[in-house]
Design a protein around this ligand. Structure first.
Ligand code: AMP
Length: 213
């Protein structure tokens, strides 16, 4: 099963994508996580991506598409995957479609986790991410067992540069301009499913499971 998660930054699509990956035994692929890993490791790709990310801008399609296509070509993706944060533009979606077409394959579902902007701003300022593995938490809604420490790997939790309030406004306007058109794109293909992302994480996931099952 091949799934795309859509939704504004902070809508909770990463959390849901992780749950889907675990439930259905498919890799959870986050282009944001791949960029952050590259930044942490000081690679050339990471340095280039960081300049855009810190300003709340999208990394250029050319760079992003390449890392995504390399990732989905790996052996563990042959039975499916859940994409979190890709595609974020119509050209990215078209490249992915063309690539899958060439393999006689297609995306099964695009799931839009719908959350109004007001909720997003509140959520993102409370979000905390692990400096090491990238797992995300929230100071009110998804608390780690020990404050400030990642449940998965025991490393420190921080407010990501791109989750700072001044950057969030920019990310939301970039989302509305460049990413929201994908909702119509997948609607026209008949594979869009919309879930109300304002509810508890477990309720949102139950609805997603009902769609995928
Ligand atoms: P995320 O963790 O998905 O919110 O991504 C964090 C940042 O990484 C975004 O604000 C973008 O700067 C960059 N990024 C992640 N995925 C993409 C993508 N598909 N296209 C362009 N930029 C991306």
């Amino acid at each position: 099963m091949k799934i795309i998660m859509l939704g504004a930054p902070g809508a909770g699509k990463g959390t849901q994508a992780k749950l889907i990956g675990e439930e259905y035994g498919i890799p959870h692929i986050s282009t944001g996580d791949i960029f952050r890993m590259n930044i942490k490791n000081g690679t050339a790709l990471g340095m280039e991506a960081k300049g855009y990310m810190d300003q709340g801008l999208l990394v250029p399609d050319e760079l992003t598409v390449k890392i995504l296509l390399d990732r989905v070509a790996q052996e563990d993706c042959k039975d499916g995957y859940v994409l979190d944060g890709f595609p974020r533009t119509i050209p990215q979606a078209e490249v992915l479609d063309r690539e899958l077409d060439g393999l006689n394959d297609r995306i099964d579902f695009a799931i839009d986790v719908d959350v109004p902007d007001e909720n997003i701003i509140r959520r993102m300022s409370g979000r905390r991410a692990c400096v090491s593995c990238g797992a995300t938490y929230h100071i009110e809604y998804i608390r780690p067992k020990q404050e400030g420490i990642c449940d998965d790997c025991g490393q420190e939790l921080v407010l990501r540069d791109d989750d700072r309030p001044e950057t969030v406004g920019k990310r939301l306007s970039v989302y509305h301009e460049q990413t929201q058109p994908l909702i119509d794109f997948y609607q026209q293909k008949g594979i869009l499913r919309t879930v109300d992302g304002t509810r508890e994480m477990e309720e949102v996931f139950a609805e997603i499971r009902a769609i995928l099952d």
